[in-house]
Design a protein around this ligand. Structure first.
Ligand code: NAD
Length: 489
């Protein structure tokens, strides 16, 4: 069996890779298990994908462990040459990545950016290996001391479904550049783009075992990685709930290093002196993008009472106009379905909570497949589950505040802390808020998805542990060793 057939939304049959990639070879799962991938637009099965067993996962770790010494001992230029080739093939395959993601996750091709982001990551980290350096010290008499930075060995990367290739690259590129070998598990909701990347890796001829790509579920595959004694570092992006399980597994096994990018319930504060047009445009885009399935979406908006009516009118007008629901493969579509029936039902359960606790002032269930319309709830009590929990849909709570203190207090009354934003023309207030808001990123007169590739990205509180970004990710995959050299004089 070389590959599986997939049925595209427009009826044509295309071949896609659906197998596991272990030690440089594509293979079905050891127990023959597969899972069906459902196209969320047509709701039809589009591929049967190999499901990694515990045995497959162990095999991948063994392969990565065996490949480690030779990969570690190559020069940064050597490793970088492979990463550059992968960058080029990813860029060339952009349309195929976009098509696969539209078919399997409902992400519109019109706004697909993951593959270019991934190519940029591989580009940056293909040169970054040279920056790995230690320090030295003559401060202990009779000794020449130094530190060196060394890779961990086998790194496990577990990624979510909402920006799969972005997270693939954000983890794999720095881990490899630092000299580690990798086992990556894709999300069961979005396995096809990682499998396509594995094909590109095979085509380039990476040494077997340096990158292994598994498709499958949290249990058994993800959990096996989190518990594995030969995995020394795990980099995870996904929900806070799963993050807690992975940290517990790491603690219970070998105390492996854990890096985590987790969920969010990001607040945006709109003060009465803000440019309301711009604030409305940006905040509606933040929650509209990817049908609200973005970790940093500003799902809570707090607007100062005196401008609330005007802001709400602007927000709703733009939120409605920005969403063109339809087939994700059509270039005119800007708003796809939720990723699957589970996510659709989950969002609907929050719509029910909102209708009970607050006022539904726009949108709701589209009652058409897995589509949710751009949805606004007002007057939602701060202790409502809708105001506190991550919905991961195009659903925003817009509440009001009177004073700056009240706004900050409401924004911070959350266990999440991924991103916060403040819209004001008062520079003193902007600086005060930036210091007080509990988020890994604060936007001033801008909101998510604005981010900077060379700035650290990550969460306060239950939104994560550690930071990722051009200037920061390499550190995540390196140990520091102190060497003490006794000298004769
Ligand atoms: P998820 O936690 O359900 O799954 C993420 C990955 O973890 C998947 O590959 C899944 O198979 C795996 N997994 C599940 N159980 C596991 C276990 N017990 N052990 C090991 N692995 C396990 O998350 P999701 O639904 O795929 O993604 C959405 C979530 O990701 C949202 O909460 C979102 O906010 C978050 N996210 C965060 C960021 C960020 O940068 N902070 C970015 C994107 C998404």
């Amino acid at each position: 069996m070389a590959q599986s057939n997939s049925q595209s939304a427009n009826g044509s049959s295309e071949s896609v890779e659906t197998r596991l990639f272990i030690n440089g070879e594509f293979q079905p799962s050891s127990d023959g298990k597969q899972f069906s991938l459902i196209n969320p637009f047509t709701q039809e099965s589009m591929a049967e994908v190999s499901q990694a067993s515990e045995e497959d996962t162990n095999k991948a770790v063994t392969a990565a462990k065996a490949a480690f010494p030779a990969w570690r001992d190559r020069s940064p230029s050597d490793r970088g040459a492979y990463l550059r080739k992968l960058r080029d093939l990813i860029r060339e395959s952009n349309d195929e990545f976009a098509r696969l993601e539209a078919l399997s996750t409902g992400k519109p091709v019109s706004s697909y950016f993951d593959a270019n982001l991934a190519a940029d990551m591989f580009s940056y980290f293909s040169e970054a290996g040279w920056t790995v350096q230690g320090s030295s010290s003559l401060n202990t008499p009779g000794y020449f001391n130094m530190t060196i930075r060394q890779p961990y060995g086998v790194v496990a990367c577990i990624i979510p479904w909402n920006v799969p290739m972005g997270f693939f690259a954000l983890k794999v590129a720095p881990a490899l550049a630092a000299g580690n070998t990798v086992v990556l598990k894709s999300s069961e909701k979005a396995p096809l783009t990682s499998a396509l990347a594995a094909r590109l890796i095979a085509k380039i001829g990476f040494p077997p075992g340096v990158i292994n790509v598994l498709s499958g579920f949290g249990t058994p595959s993800g959990s096996t990685l989190a518990h594995h004694m030969d995995v020394r570092c795990i980099s995870f992006t996904g929900s806070s709930f799963t993050g807690q399980k992975i940290q517990a597994a790491a603690a219970a096994s070998n105390l492996k290093i854990v890096h985590m990018e987790l969920g969010g319930k990001s607040p945006a504060l709109i003060f009465d002196d803000a440019d309301l047009e711009s604030a409305a445009q940006q905040t509606q885009f933040s929650i509209q993008m990817q049908s609200g399935q973005a970790c940093m979406a500003n799902s809570r908006v707090y607007v100062q009472e005196s401008v609330a009516e005007k802001f709400l009118a602007l927000f709703k007008e733009k939120f409605g106009a920005g969403a063109r629901l339809g087939n994700p493969l059509e270039p005119a579509t800007s708003h796809g379905p939720q990723v699957d029936v589970l996510q659709y039902e989950r969002v609907k359960s929050y719509l029910s909570i909102g209708e009970k606790d607050g006022k539904l002032s726009m949108g709701g269930d589209a009652r058409d497949g897995y589509f949710i319309k751009p949805t606004v709830f007002e007057n939602v009590p701060e202790d409502s589950r809708l105001a506190k929990e991550e919905v991961f849909g195009p659903v925003v709570v817009i509440n009001t505040f009177k004073t700056e203190d009240e706004a900050i207090e409401k924004a911070n009354a959350s266990e999440f802390g991924l991103y916060a934003s403040v819209f004001t023309k008062d520079i003193d207030r902007a600086v005060r808020a930036s210091k007080l808001l509990e988020g890994g990123t604060v936007g001033v007169n801008c909101t998510s998805p604005t981010f900077a590739l060379d700035m650290p990205f990550g969460g306060f509180k239950m939104s994560g542990i550690g930071r990722e970004g051009y200037a920061h990710s390499l550190d995540n995959y390196l140990e520091t060793k102190t060497i003490l050299i006794k000298t004769s004089s």
